[in-house]
Design a protein around this ligand. Structure first.
Ligand code: AG3
Length: 283
């Protein structure tokens, strides 16, 4: 018997993996979490039927969510990750020696537990002594924190269904803005330009209502069916102009991000420029 897992996207699309065996299935108070051993892509983390990552290509998403904003900031010392309980984003953030303190706030403690048990090469970021992990609602955490508490905020959420809905709302981005320092930067995953084009446009415009400098950028993520988008909002530096720091981190083991790619990731196809309202503006 052959086992296959398919994440079903709208319009009759799907992303399918051949599965060796199912390793774990947890129903947390918030969502269903599954770990599957694939035949060709290592272990796969699935939340509510959506692919979170495979071991084979998680580096693309995690490096691009983190290093684009972190290298756009002159001196990121305090970083907040909302979601990201698997630890992949934290693993990338702590590569930056200027980072002094990282808060990781994920609503679902079970994601953290499952990742620690099944994905040690991803969850290792949570073990760094600079990282403080909190299992709570990111929106409530932001409401409590003082103004200008963080230099960089990263939103590593699931799709805007279930517990992540609030992480795509204007009021959430306003809270991020308030919690960011004067030259602070926020980056968030903003969906698939093939399967969720309306979402890509909506999130960009929502962030543009809050931050003075806003861009959408892309990366090639096979396990999400092709390209993926991220939105970045900045109070000071324009991240699309390229990295403002260059240190030896990039040559010391990153698998996707490099300085040229940082700039190149902001070059968008016309159909994406159209939905974010930048087509024809020369950007
Ligand atoms: N964050 C989820 C990206 C969204 C995937 N969506 C989908 N497959 N429909 C991934 C978490 C990794 N830390």
């Amino acid at each position: 018997m052959e086992l296959w897992f398919t994440e079903k996207y709208p319009q009759g699309w799907g992303i399918t993996f051949k599965i060796d065996k199912a390793l774990c299935s947890v129903r947390s108070p918030y969502q269903r979490i599954d770990v599957l051993e694939t035949v060709g892509h290592g272990k796969l983390l699935v939340i509510d039927g959506c692919v979170m990552f495979t071991e084979a290509d998680e580096f693309v998403y995690h490096e691009m969510l983190t290093h684009v904003p972190l290298f756009s900031h002159p001196n990121p010392q305090r970083v907040l990750i909302i979601g990201g309980g698997d630890g992949g984003a934290a693993r990338e953030v702590v590569r930056h020696s200027c980072v002094e303190e990282v808060f990781l706030v994920d609503i679902d403690e079970d994601v953290i537990k499952v990742s620690k048990e099944y994905f040690p090469t991803v969850s290792c970021g949570l073990e760094d002594e600079r990282v403080r992990v909190k299992a709570e609602d990111g929106v409530k955490f932001l409401e409590r924190c003082e103004e200008e508490s963080f230099d960089v905020i990263l939103v590593d959420s699931t799709d805007p269904v279930g517990p992540a809905v609030g992480l795509f709302e204007k009021s959430f981005f306003e809270k991020c803005y308030r919690a960011l320092s004067a030259d602070g930067i926020m980056a968030a995953q903003s969906g698939s330009p093939y399967f969720q084009l309306e979402l890509v446009g909506r999130v960009h415009k929502t962030v543009a209502d809050v931050f003075p400098i806003v861009h959408t950028y892309v990366a090639g993520t096979p396990s999400y069916g092709g390209m993926w988008t991220f939105v970045i909002g900045s109070k000071g530096q324009d991240p699309s102009l390229g990295p403002v720091r260059k240190d030896d981190l990039v040559v010391s083991g990153l698998k996707y991000y490099n300085y040229k790619l940082h700039v190149g990731a902001f070059a968008l196809p016309n159909y994406i420029l159209q939905v974010i309202g930048k087509f024809g503006s020369g950007t």
